[in-house]
Design a protein around this ligand. Structure first.
Ligand code: NAD
Ligand code: UD1
Length: 343
């Protein structure tokens, strides 16, 4: 049976997608170097599906590691999550980001082509829209980047489009994620950031569980309903389902597909705090702080193209996002390092 290679499959979005793929009957192999994850996530997915998961521990920048995967398995397509994703770190370590994300993707595509595998679904980001002139955001909006992380995503999109121009046998889907949050409803897998979280939802969750004293709300003077930043939070299980729909349809596409995965609905920071307090029954103390450099006021998707071409739309609302984040956080206060006898 043909396999799907899932690069970065031990990470936050990858592990949720692997779970859904296996539940749907797909045969997969994870390829990860664990630079931002642990094998514990895979162990927990194995427990959920009651099945051993194939794994190649390797780096997407290594031709040898990738070739080992193609020599071992009959790989038909790739879902490519592997990459570095912290904006601040990318400013401090641009070469590391370009090497991992851009060079890693080039190496992956070279090895794929050499092995006759020409189907790839790539994790892009709403960050490629920069500061959009209007919302909701359509795929046709102009793109820009203000930091090496965002630029690496834009470069990879362009590289993949050039690859298609050079060889029309390639099937390429670029999925632009908005703000992934939440966790599988089992509460056993979830987002496990290293150190102090940069993103809002894990910071709120860690504050609610008592690991952080208070949330700093970055700016309350934006032109939004309550002055705080508005984002399109999307449940990670909905996001994972978007990948399944793309896998099912990829053979029918005869151009590079660029698709937003968002809900089409924006929530402010303070709306997220209130929703999380309701879902968890915990207080989330916060203080208003200065704006964060590089932040924009409002960002949310027009998801109608995903509905049209992937027959996909987000199903889960803000309550479920908060409940599932809370279940994961409260069961695993220290993420995958937590002692959990019942998991
Ligand atoms: P994550 O860090 O949890 O997962 C990425 C995985 O890739 C990790 O398991 C890491 O160990 C692995 N990896 C990194 N570099 C590698 C390399 N050189 N070789 C092999 N494995 C490597 O991140 P995530 O949140 O699951 O994000 C997955 C993808 O989606 C990333 O490409 C990210 O840029 C993109 N994305 C994420 C978000 C978000 O908010 N989480 C938003 C938009 C796009
Ligand atoms: C950030 C990244 C973006 C990336 C996205 C998803 C930056 C500048 N942008 O975007 O490139 O694609 O994550 O990974 O880092 N907030 C607080 N307090 C906090 C954390 C966040 O008030 O402690 C606010 C932010 O100002 C923003 C909202 O919460 O208004 C969401 O922030 P975050 O989760 O970091 O996502 P993005 O800013 O959308």
């Amino acid at each position: 049976m043909n396999k799907i290679l899932v690069t970065g499959g031990a990470g936050y979005i990858g592990s949720h997608t692997v779970l859904l793929l296996i539940k749907a009957g797909y045969d997969i192999v994870i390829f990860d170097n664990f630079c931002n994850s642990s094998s514990e996530s895979i162990r927990r997915v194995e427990k959920l599906v009651d099945k051993k998961i194939d794994l190649i521990e390797g780096d997407i920048r290594s031709t040898e590691d990738l070739q080992r995967a193609f020599d071992t398995y009959n790989i038909d397509s790739v879902i490519h999550f592997a990459g570095l994703k912290a904006v601040g770190e990318s400013v401090e370590q641009p070469l590391n980001y370009y090497d991992n994300n851009v060079n890693g993707t080039v190496t992956l595509c070279e090895v794929m082509a050499r092995n006759g595998c020409k189907k790839i679904i790539f994790s892009s980001s709403a960050t490629v829209y920069g500061d959009p002139a209007t919302t909701p955001i359509l795929e046709s909006f102009p793109t820009s980047a203000t930091n090496p992380y965002g630029r690496s995503k834009l470069m990879i999109e362009e590289i993949l489009r050039d690859l298609y121009i050079s060889d029309k046998e390639w099937k390429i889907v670029l999925l632009r994620y908005f703000n992934p949050v939440g966790a599988d409803s089992s509460g056993t897998i979830g987002e496990d950031p290293n150190g102090i979280p940069n993103n809002l939802m894990p910071f709120i969750a860690q504050t609610a569980v008592g690991k952080r004293e208070y949330l700093s709300v970055f700016g309350d003077d934006y032109d939004t309903i309550d002055g705080t930043g508005v984002r399109d939070y999307i449940h990670v299980v909905d996001l994972a389902q978007g990948h399944l729909n793309a896998v099912e349809r990829i053979d029918n596409f005869d151009e590079v597909m660029t698709i937003n995965l968002g809900t089409g609905r924006g929530y402010s920071v303070l709306e997220m705090v209130k929703a999380f307090e309701k879902a968890s029954g915990k207080r989330v103390p916060y203080k208003i702080a200065p704006r964060r450099a590089g932040d924009i006021a409002t960002c949310f998707a027009d998801p109608s193209y995903a509905k049209e071409v992937l027959d996909w739309e987000a199903q889960k609302g803000i309550e479920e996002m908060c409940q599932d984040s809370w279940r994961w956080q409260s069961n695993n206060p220290d993420g995958y390092r937590s002692e959990s006898s019942n998991i």
